[in-house]
Design a protein around this ligand. Structure first.
Ligand SMILES: [Zn+2]
Length: 313
């Protein structure tokens, strides 16, 4: 029993040394190793004289707490390191929303020497290219309806639209778009695939280029004011279905054939689209009606000076 007293007293002394030398593991102290060395030097080890098991409550010696509380470290527990605050990225300043002018140019088709029966519809490819180059050199950004909600953040936005779906959109215009990285919106009348020689392969090639976004221009180019509700719905819903089936993208804008509409047409358009486009009235502003979006017509006879005046008015 007295040996056990000595061992407990030794442990208390050792623990006291811990307290004096510090208890921070960061200072390189290894208590288990030192404890074994000291006990080995102090006398027979525990393996030579194993203590007899004691029955609970039978011991006559004063009870010491079995679990000795850790010696107090001077200054208390080591202070928690100050959490390093995560650097918060500077928020990108968002310009305040404002309405903007957006010139939306309306073309139909293009031919250098063979203007067809409606010559004003056939802008010369060379003239179209001059116009696009002028826009690029003067800092305009080509946009589509996907960009509409952010137009106020875009430098000099402009939208180039083509109506109907003439084959020259592919043979004459598409190479110019690729050459100068110009994006356009093409309002497709579905019957143009049969009537004007446009093919599904051409549409897919243009769509896949990312330079042509296809929107709707009805199935048959009928004057929408003259048809009943059922036909009106068919002209919109079926065009959407076929364009989505072909390109994988549902149209969100409708160009009224001939620019003609009435209240019934406007109401039905709002069911299927976010935007409806007229043919006329010049410069559009985003504060105006989204279902009477104005356009600037560009004809074969439109010279570059007139073109510049129209897009900068
Ligand atoms: Zn048209």
């Amino acid at each position: 029993m007295s040996r056990k007293f000595i061992r407990i007293a030794l442990m208390l002394i050792i623990l006291g040394v811990f307290a004096l030398t510090g208890c921070d593991a960061d200072e390189g102290f290894e208590p288990n190793l030192d404890m074994e060395e000291i006990l080995a030097n102090a006398g027979p080890g525990p393996t030579e004289t194993p203590a007899a098991p004691e029955l609970p409550g039978s011991s006559a010696i004063p009870e010491y707490p079995i679990e000795i509380p850790p010696p107090p470290c001077s200054g208390g527990p080591p202070p928690e390191p100050e959490p390093i605050p995560e650097p918060t990225p500077e928020p990108t300043p968002t310009p305040e929303f404002r309405h903007v002018n957006i010139p939306i140019l309306m073309y139909h088709t293009s031919s250098e020497y063979n203007p067809g029966a409606l010559p004003e519809l056939y802008v010369r490819p060379s003239e179209f290219e001059r116009q696009m180059v002028w826009l690029i050199e003067n800092g305009f950004t080509f946009v589509t309806f996907e960009d509409w909600d952010y137009l106020y953040r875009i430098k000099r936005p402009i939208m180039i639209t083509f109506d109907d779906g003439y084959i020259e959109n592919y043979t004459e215009i598409f190479p110019i778009l690729q050459e100068h990285n110009v994006t356009i919106v093409l309002f497709l009348t579905w019957m143009a695939i049969a009537g004007h020689g446009f093919t599904e392969d051409m549409i897919l090639a243009m769509h896949d280029s990312g330079l042509v976004v296809f929107e709707a221009h009805t199935m048959t180019h009928v004057d929408l004011r003259t048809v009943g509700t059922q036909r009106l719905r068919h002209e919109m819903a079926e065009t959407n279905r076929l364009i989505e089936e072909l390109t994988g993208r549902m149209p969100i804008a409708l160009a009224y054939p001939g620019g003609r509409f009435n209240d019934a047409v406007l109401a039905m358009t709002a069911e299927y689209y976010r935007f409806g486009l007229r043919h006329d009235l010049g410069m559009h502003n985003t504060a105006f009606d989204n279902f009477q979006i104005r356009r600037i017509r560009i004809n074969r006879s439109t010279g570059l000076d007139t073109f510049i005046r129209l897009v900068t008015q």
